[in-house]
Structures are given as structure tokens and as C-alpha cells.
Design a protein around this ligand. Structure first.
Ligand code: SF4
Ligand code: SF4
Length: 163
């Protein structure tokens, strides 16, 4: 499978998909309070516009700023904590419209796909716990059999293609 025409999956992508599928978020809210920047892709802006019933231009203006290091994407306007984090409810106030990176955190952020190696998001206590499994099962996770590979590719497509 290719995520896009010029980006075949790397063995580490198979690893990422597997640990992400097993990942059980503890809803501690740390990532929503310390992540910066929060990457925003065009489809994230379209989703925000639809969620708030405003135009794409208005959503871009109201909720995003230029990304500090990636010229092709934008970033959330206010993070640390994210403006949509509800401290009382310990949750996201725009959960159905949350950005792609929030859906794919901590292992499958779109910018990581196709890279060799895996980054452990040290602010996330569950991601740190996953490190042990990754170390123990590294060979298996990097080399899934053909049937598992297909299943993982399907799961990745589903995660990446929603609007
Ligand atoms: S959009 Fe929601 S899930 Fe994403 S960082 Fe903000 S509060 Fe957290
Ligand atoms: S830091 Fe990790 S466990 Fe805590 S809310 Fe974020 S993803 Fe979930």
C-alpha cells in the first residue's frame, strides 16, 4: 500500500500502526495542555469550518496561524493548553472535529509516516509504557505477515481518510 504516490510504507509504519491500534489513552489531558505546535492540515480546517458552520477562510483566520517550521501546513492558534481543552470535563470540546494529529497521536501523526524509526512521545505516560512492548517485540512488529499487513494497511487508510 502507498499512503500517497511517492510514499510507500516503511516497516516502522507497520510498527506505528500496531502500537497505535493497541494504544489505550488514559485521558490524562497532558497532550492537550503541552503540545505545541498542533499541526493543522487543510482537511482539519474544512472539518473545523463545518463544525462551527463558518467558511474555510473564517476557520483559517480564527483557529490557525502559520506553522513555525512546516511551510505547507498550519498550526492551531492557541495551544498550551489547547483552547479546546475542557479542564473540568478533562476532555476535548470539539472531539468530533478534532484535528488529524489529535486522532493519530501519539504514534501516527501524518508527518511520521514513511520515516525510519519511531518517536516515543515522552509527555504521554501511555506512550512511554508502549516502549517496552516495542523493544520486546521489535522484529515481529516490523515484519508482520502478509495477512496482518493487509489488515494494518486497511486500518491506516481508515484513520487517514476521514473527513
Ligand atoms: S483539539 Fe481537542 S484533542 Fe486536540 S489538543 Fe485540543 S483539546 Fe486536545
Ligand atoms: S498524554 Fe497520552 S494518555 Fe494522556 S490524554 Fe494524551 S494521548 Fe491520552
Amino acid at each position: 500500500m502507498k499512503l500517497c504516490d511517492d510514499m510507500p510504507l516503511d516497516p516502522y509504519d507497520y510498527l506505528r500502526i500496531q502500537v497505535q491500534l493497541d494504544f489505550q489513552c488514559k485521558r490524562c489531558g497532558i497532550c492537550c495542555q503541552v503540545a505545541d505546535p498542533i499541526d493543522i492540515y487543510p482537511k482539519d480546517i474544512r472539518r473545523l469550518a463545518s463544525h462551527f458552520s463558518i467558511s474555510v477562510e473564517e476557520a483559517t483566520e480564527e483557529y490557525t496561524i502559520p506553522h513555525p517550521s512546516e511551510p505547507d501546513i498550519r498550526a492551531f492558534k492557541a495551544s498550551q493548553p489547547c483552547r479546546f481543552y475542557d479542564e473540568k470535563a478533562e476532555g476535548c470540546r470539539i472531539y468530533p472535529a478534532r484535528p488529524m494529529v489529535c486522532r493519530c497521536s501519539p504514534f501516527l501523526s501524518p508527518g511520521q509516516i514513511g520515516l525510519e524509526g519511531i518517536e516515543i512521545y515522552e509527555d504521554c505516560p501511555v506512550a512511554v509504557q508502549c516502549q517496552k512492548r516495542i523493544e520486546n517485540d521489535l522484529d515481529l512488529l516490523l515484519n508482520p505477515d502478509a495477512k496482518t499487513r493487509k489488515k494494518l494497511e486497511k486500518a491506516l487508510s481508515k484513520m487517514m481518510q476521514f473527513e
